[in-house]
Write a protein that binds this ligand. Structure first.
Ligand code: AMP
Length: 428
């Protein structure tokens, strides 16, 4: 569908045209007219679906020409990670650049100094893009108030909950004005997200709930059986054979990210690790190097890579399988974005055989197994799922892991704060 038929004002149409967006993606075609009408929206959308413009364009249109009071924003987008906050903030600025006056956008996240963020908030900003912890912090310190808020957006709601932001979200919701528009975007809908949607949204329009339109369909998925100790060599071999310019490689731990990255570097393959132990500047630098093509491999953990938008990423490799089946979809969704082709390769060891089957089952997928000449496993004795061996690392699962797995199975979360909130909240 063309952007001109969606009811967008001219400066926004011009901005998307200049960005080279020729047609609206399905989520944009569905969500933009509804959000422009002022409806609450519940959208099933993964990264790569064009969801940022789906909520960003109506938000900018609604706030066109408006001026926020100092310390009182009009629009707030909550996102799970700092990287996503930066990315969404940039996208909003790009989409709004032909508006007169332009909406002021502040990006607020933890792990960095307060001063610039407080100064921006106090100076007056129409739109804030934030991670929940820091924005709540600023509100509690009295630097930012939610009382003028007109539109709230939750982006990647499932990740927000999986990363343990339920309490912060509840506290933020308590501070919001009753009359407001709310838009909730999520890739998956475990019980926690359903509860959150019930408490947040009023008579929401539901968009794009069908599985067929999932971007995953465009991604060529492969699973290669390999011995555990041969995975780095296999990765090198694939790099040689396939000639990818850039590959995002997922690993299960920070240590593995550092180790494998160091091994590749020794062999002359430019590589960097991206994980939670790096400070914000290091993370930004790693990403920038990857985007600019200075490094070929980015070895990332799930948390560090969440929400990343890297244009032109031809391939994602699961060096370690994700623990939660839902993360498989999040990981492979980094490639094949906005209509491009992509490839996702999972390394499957005998130990992880049953876990990969579970991932396929939960996501309704069936991925053909392959073996690569020279890398065939010498012995292949899959560990039966019934024997109860831990799926990936030998480590005991944390409470959060168990919750995330239960959520991925669609089971209710008994102690979710949303359960109470959904019951207690009065509807006007
Ligand atoms: P998102 O899902 O919002 O992270 O967007 C994924 C990528 O698709 C980003 O690089 C966007 O700039 C791009 N994109 C979003 N909408 C469109 C569109 N209608 N046409 C082409 N590219 C788009």
């Amino acid at each position: 569908m063309s952007f001109s038929s969606l009811g967008l004002i001219e400066p926004l149409q011009r901005a998307v045209a200049e960005l080279g967006y020729e047609a609206a993606t399905p989520i944009q075609s569905a969500a933009i007219p509804l959000a422009l009408q002022g409806r609450d929206v519940l959208a099933a959308a993964e990264t790569g679906s064009g969801k940022t413009a789906a909520f960003g364009l109506p938000l900018l249109q609604r706030l066109a020409g408006r001026e926020a009071l100092p310390g009182r924003m009009l629009g707030l987008a909550l996102v799970p990670t700092r990287e996503l906050a930066v990315q969404v903030g940039k996208a909003l600025q790009r989409y709004g650049r032909f508006q007169e006056p332009r909406a002021r956008v502040a990006v607020i996240y933890g792990g960095v100094g307060y001063e610039p963020q407080i100064a921006a908030a106090r100076g007056g900003v129409e739109i804030v893009v934030a991670t929940p912890g820091r924005v709540l912090d600023l509100a509690e310190r009295g630097d930012l108030a939610f009382d003028q808020l007109e539109t709230l957006i939750l982006d990647e709601a499932d990740r927000l909950l999986a990363l343990g932001f339920a309490d912060e979200l509840r506290l933020i919701l308590e501070r919001l004005p009753e009359t407001r528009q709310s838009l909730l975007f999520s890739a998956t809908f475990p019980a926690g997200v359903v509860g959150l949607a019930e408490s947040l949204l009023r008579d929401p329009a539901k968009v794009q709930m069908e599985m067929e339109s999932r971007p995953v369909a465009r991604i060529r998925q492969r699973a290669i059986e390999v011995e555990k100790d041969s995975r780095t060599a296999l990765l090198r071999e694939l790099l040689k054979r396939e000639g990818w310019e850039r590959v995002l490689v997922f690993v299960g731990s920070k240590r593995r990210a550092d180790n494998v990255s160091a091994k590749l570097e020794k062999r002359g393959i430019r590589s960097l690790a991206l994980h939670g132990d790096l400070n914000q500047t290091q993370r930004m630098q790693a990403l920038e190097s990857f985007r600019k093509g200075r490094i070929q491999i980015l070895m990332a953990t799930d948390v560090a890579a969440r929400g990343l938008d890297i244009v032109g990423l031809p391939c994602v490799v699961n060096y370690d399988l994700p623990r939660a089946p839902a993360d498989y979809v999040h990981r492979i969704g980094r490639t094949g974005r906005a209509g491009a082709e992509g490839e996702a390769i999972s390394f499957v060891t005998a130990e992880e055989d049953a876990h990969f089957r579970l991932i396929e089952k939960r996501n309704g997928l069936s991925v053909q197994r392959e073996r690569l000449e020279g890398f065939e496993p010498k012995v292949w004795e899959p560990v039966s799922a019934k024997k109860g061996k831990a799926p990936t690392k030998g480590k005991r699962k944390s409470k959060k892991d168990k919750l995330r797995e239960a959520a991925a199975r669609g089971e209710p979360e008994p102690d979710s704060p949303w359960n109470n909130l959904a019951r207690n909240r009065k509807r006007p």
